[in-house]
Design a protein around this ligand. Structure first.
Ligand SMILES: [Zn+2]
Length: 402
């Protein structure tokens, strides 16, 4: 029995991909042929989706779903996406994760295609390129999260004067954050709106956003932007053209000219978000403090050129800390091909300065040996052997990997 089950599994998996492709194709045929109704000027009628499980691929367009060779297609991680061309047409490549529905795949494809094929020539986003930072401020703050959650929830509820109150409070009290989040608010807010509308059209429903219950800084931009643009549709405000041209967020466009009505913070909300923030800061302290201590005590740093990075690197977060010029990358794993050897880190919190990685390291400590300019590292989270050049900068010993 076990043997026949094992033999049947691949066939069952193949069928699942074909079933997903058929369902997805219906959505593509129904919605991508009329995307101009969602966003003026957007036409996905000739776009395609390539659905893959890593071993085979199905190309989906408004006409149908057909097997297509895997060659030239790099399968993304399950739940991920990539872009390609299929028969000369723009295509989003998707690898479903277990349990992912065709409708979820369609929403993802619509959202990501909007970033890739629509926002690519937006003057507003081009102007903001390089502005702001992906890094979070540490310690994390509770109040801006409360203000943004309230903004999202009042927009979702359709209360414009209340939403205007929270938006004004946030922008006035946290102007630097308002600047930093502009690009994300415009890009993610409008893509989220587009994806939600596309999925709702496929389902013959209207998009319904759930109010935010918990602190989630990343999701705020999606919720606020989508809710603002849905509200713009309802109130007949022409917001969409402005977003591509001017540096204004969906919320700012929709709340333009709305007189704020003062609001109290709902009972218990501030305390709840403060408690969540305190817990996150406590967890982050253990991860960030070794780097911060190394920085403040001017302990030696290994400088590894970013140009030697082999492949991608994967930190759990990006942070900026008052008084520390470097961006801090938590629990980073990366491999480097240096001209004099190799170096690898696994889950190490490092700094980043102008693209170079800054790794706290103490020659002479167990597993770290420096002899005649050659550094040999063999610790539980770092390994490598390569030449370094030493220098003293601002009283700090820097070991530059060669
Ligand atoms: Zn997005």
């Amino acid at each position: 029995m076990a043997l026949s089950f094992a033999l049947l599994m691949p066939a069952a998996q193949q069928d699942l991909l074909a079933v997903l492709a058929q369902q997805l194709q219906k959505d593509v045929a129904k919605v991508w042929t009329r995307t101009g109704e969602i966003w003026p000027g957007v036409d996905f009628a000739n776009h395609a989706i390539v659905l893959t499980d890593g071993s085979r691929a199905l190309a989906i367009d408004r006409e149908g779903a057909t097997e297509t060779p895997m060659q030239d297609i790099t399968a993304p991680q399950p739940g991920g996406f990539a872009f390609t061309t299929w028969q000369g047409r723009d295509a989003v490549v998707l690898t479903p994760y277990p349990g992912q529905t065709a409708r979820e795949l369609f929403e993802t494809a619509s959202h990501e295609a909007f970033h890739q094929y629509v926002q690519d020539d937006w003057a507003s986003l081009r102007q903001l390129q390089g502005a702001g930072s992906r890094a979070e401020r540490y310690p994390l703050r509770a109040e801006p999260r409360v203000l943004r959650m309230q903004l999202a929830n009042e927009l979702i509820a359709g209360h414009l004067p209340a939403a205007a109150h929270w938006h004004t409070q946030w922008a006035q009290r946290y102007p630097e954050e308002e600047q930093e989040l502009r690009a994300t608010d415009i890009a993610e807010g409008s893509a989220e709106y587009f994806g939600r509308r596309a999925a709702a059209l496929a389902a013959d429903t209207t998009p319904a956003l759930k109010p935010m219950q918990d602190k989630n800084k990343q999701y705020e931009s999606y919720a606020i932007g989508a809710a603002a643009l849905l509200l713009a549709d309802q109130t007949g405000r022409p917001a969409k053209q402005d977003l591509s041209r001017e540096v204004r967020t969906p919320a700012a466009v929709v709340l333009d000219g709305v007189t704020p009505a003062a609001q109290p913070v709902p009972a218990g909300l501030a305390q709840r978000i403060q408690a969540q923030t305190d817990a996150e800061n406590a967890a982050l302290a253990g991860i960030l403090d070794p780097y911060l201590k190394a920085y403040q005590e001017k302990r030696p740093l290994l400088v590894v050129p970013g140009a030697s990075l082999a492949g991608s690197f994967q930190p759990t977060g990006f942070f900026q800390v008052e008084g520390v010029p470097d961006e801090i990358l938590t629990e980073t794993s990366a491999a480097f091909d240096l001209s004099t050897g190799g170096f690898e880190i696994r889950g190490v919190t490092v700094g980043m300065d102008g693209g170079d990685f800054l790794v706290p390291i103490e020659p002479g400590q167990p597993g770290v040996e420096l002899t005649d300019g050659k550094l040999i590292v063999d610790t539980p989270d770092m390994r490598g052997s390569f030449q370094v050049k030493e220098e003293l900068t601002d009283g700090r010993r820097l070991l530059r990997a060669q």
